[in-house]
Design a binder for this molecule. Structure first.
Ligand SMILES: CC(C)(COP(=O)(O)OP(=O)(O)OC[C@H]1O[C@@H](n2cnc3c(N)ncnc32)[C@H](O)[C@@H]1OP(=O)(O)O)[C@@H](O)C(=O)NCCC(=O)NCCS
Length: 113
């Protein structure tokens, strides 16, 4: 299965401004760490959020997890990879992220079985 998601970067920025504690809880520490290495962390966080939702959609036939359980890790090359908290079958799920100044988008490919 495939999944996709698109978000406005300013939406995540607004949550960060109005509800910083909520935003902190939406992302894993390694996701924050990756975003904070970037010139525009909001773009990167929005891309990661899109990736979480895209992965959930791509796995919704077998999803026994929530969007917030999806952790998007970035390899040293910059390539994102998927890890799902509490599950042992996240290997093989693929995700790709892109962003402009206004929007972020992600596409995920789930497991077929
Ligand atoms: C990776 C690349 C395609 C990203 O394209 P872009 O138009 O600059 O940026 P996009 O908004 O479309 O994508 C950015 C996202 O792509 C993902 N990404 C970065 N590197 C990646 C890689 N190697 N493989 C897959 N995805 C990657 C990340 O999730 C990144 O988001 P982040 O910066 O917030 O972490 C671009 O940086 C590129 O062309 N790199 C080529 C590097 C290269 O040629 N190296 C050869 C020399 S060794």
């Amino acid at each position: 299965m495939i999944g996709t998601d698109i978000e406005e970067i300013r939406r995540i920025e607004r949550i960060g401004r109005d509800k910083p504690n909520l935003l902190r809880r939406l992302f894993f520490p390694e996701e924050w760490a990756h975003a904070l290495t970037k010139p525009n962390p909001w773009q990167t966080l929005t891309g990661i959020w899109c990736a979480k939702e895209a992965v959930w959609k791509a796995c919704s036939n077998r999803a026994k997890f929530g969007v917030r359980d999806v952790c998007i890790r970035h390899r040293p090359s910059g390539r994102p990879e998927v890890w799902i908290a509490g599950l042992d079958w996240s290997e093989g799920i693929e995700v790709s992220i892109s962003h402009t100044a206004k929007y972020a988008v992600a596409v995920a490919l789930g497991l077929t079985a």
